[in-house]
Design a protein around this ligand. Sequence first.
Ligand SMILES: [Zn+2]
Length: 344
Amino acid sequence: MNTAYLVDDRFLLHDDFDHPENAARLRSVLRTLESSQILPELTRLEPRDATMDEIVAVHHPRMIQHTQRMALFGGGRLNPDTYVVPESWEVATLAAGAVARAVEAVVGGEVRNAFALVRPPGHHATPSTAMGFCLINHVAVAAQVARQQLGIQRVAIIDWDTHHGNGTQDIFYDDPQVLYVSSHTYPFYPGTGHWRELGSGAGEGTTLNIPLPAHTGDRAFERVYETLVARAVRRFAPELIIVSAGYDCHWRDPLAPMAMSVTGFARLAQLVVALADEVCNGRLVCALEGGYDLQALAEGVLATLRVLQGKPELVADSLGTHPEAKLDLEPMIAAIARIHPLLT
Ligand SMILES: [Zn+2]
């Protein structure tokens, strides 16, 4: 079975060239995918719009109306870092629907796995607030579509963006059927993601936060994923894995202080593909989140697609690795393994 990608020219309409989250990001990804010759080897799926019912399943109607109204009246700023243009609501609805369509195709057996190349990102959008460049939480919408429409009960969301996905965490914080795992720079925007944030009520233990210091690089990330992430996902036994795939942990990223390389992203993708093969028949969907160095972003997406299609030997990394800080994460890994209900 094939690997699918989903993209749409309308994702370019949400744009502010003065803002780091602009349409040049997706243009860079598309240019790189076209010149790599990978696209003919993949299945192209057309995104669909998310329905209002699907969006209301994760967001408060007042928040939706607020963004819609701002778009209708010509755009503006929902907060200092989150912009809206007249097309933004339509674009975000299509982006959420694209991730949902990817989930439908993977769960329905049309394709082996899929990558939704969407904009704007989604993981900071909470039930009631659009923030951090995000208008709708796409992976949350897609996880709920899987559970409410496709007969899936347990979904694991793995978030390797450099920022903590506070929105995704909030949406599923007391839900025992959705595991949210995030590795992220800490302390950093948006301020959440301490390891003691474990979920609450029936959902206690189905949130796993792995806060990482600045300058964390490939080897440390690999160690974190081989130990904590793999163990938590195995124990949780999901029927589907969705990845919030951000590329702002790359050493060249202008917004973040991490030290990963494109090769490092490929390695994380390999570990997650192997986990999906082991626990959920390979059912894996990636959704694009952040990544603000245009070349690192594009090469990171291409590397991930090469791994998804089972050709890791074709991963190319023209930017190379960065001297990795000698960080001893073992005490932190041991501490998280000791306190987290899913790991003990
Ligand atoms: Zn990010």
